[in-house]
Write a protein that binds this ligand. Sequence first.
Ligand code: AMP
Ligand code: MG
Length: 426
Amino acid sequence: MSETEPLSEETCSAGDASRPVSPDIAAARAVAIAGAVAETETIDLVDAQGRVLAADVISPMAVPPFDNSAMDGYAVRLGDLTGDGPWTLPVAGRIAAGASLQGSKPGEPQALRIFTGAPVPSGFDAVVMQERCKRDGDQVIISGKRPRMGENIRLAGEDVERGALLASSGEALSPQKLALLAGAGVNNLSLFRKVRIGLISTGSELREPGETLAPGQIYNSNRVVLRAMLSRLTWAQVKDFGIVPDDRSLLERTLNAASSTCDVVVTTGGVSGGDEDHVAAIMRDEGTPLEVVKVAMRPGKPVKVGRLGQAVFFGLPGNPNAALVTFRQIALPAIRTVAGLRDVVPAWQPAVAGFEYGKKAGRTEFVPVRIAGRSEAGVPIVEMLGRGSSANLSAMAAADGIALLPPEDETIRPGMPLRYEAFRMP
Ligand code: AMP
Ligand code: MG
């Protein structure tokens, strides 16, 4: 089957991993060999932002725990408001937030001075906001319309019922979700431990920024782009193995060290078929059979995915744009699976092309784009930056995100709908 043919069911089955697959299938195969980390840990709520829940959280209580006032004003019993207003009532007590009722004689017509968040004593039906009340010594005069039953009272349990599901296993905890849990008095959470990700930059030509380049050498940009993207993942921990030259035994040793201490191992470079491409050779000789060998995408064709010992292995291409795109499209969903997350597919939004571009059919292209405007319907119109070189960093650095050019199209024309992924991590 040539790579221009559409993907069939057969392409998805095991045993044909040497054939190019679509990026979606490559990502799905990686997800299929990934499983959530086995260990969990108990973490205080304040340290749990962005972490992944390993168990459902059930509310131990009703929220709010008691009927309380939504306003500063006067609590009344509708039965005490006889005839048409204005109504004059003695003020029988005062209740501030955090306090309970003082004073008040049951039975007699009365109002209670009450403040926002204070408990509304049973029998009191409504809170009249203070702007409608005039205080006159020990009395209050309430004017305007007859208060409605329950007016300005927040009922116990109206936000959260006791026993309600507050958050589910596999969910990443947002600040607002943490607020919900805090409101229900939950303090300790069972979380998946952080995913350990080993990072190896392969290539004898590589030096780190700050070092001096000898002839033929270049700076390592993949390490920093992957480190930076991973640093945004609150549920990940990076173990950086630095640069390993194109030397089979050195690389083997480093891969062993990485796969025995990490859940995921990501390498860049050395995945094509050349004599110096040892990553591919080591995986062929020592890894379990690869799930993905080639992907019908640009940039990024020679991506390798498989298991290496206990770890899920991603051999990404060396070209920086290819490393970035394949990391996001193919490695990230599986890494999110290892983190315990339920939603692993990258977030994208609809856009329309603001450019014309000819491409090869049968291949998905991921191109750097900038939002140039909005259609009448508010959909971003994207301009393509650069002309699709997988080695040039300038266009990617100037881009707002990446657009996906689908495999079935040979020509992208202005106005065509596209899938757009903004440069922010899920
Ligand atoms: P490879 O996949 O090893 O064949 O590398 C493809 C191209 O990417 C070569 O031109 C490499 O020099 C370059 N390259 C590989 N690794 C990196 C890196 N970490 N940073 C920048 N360029 C790289
Ligand atoms: Mg290389």
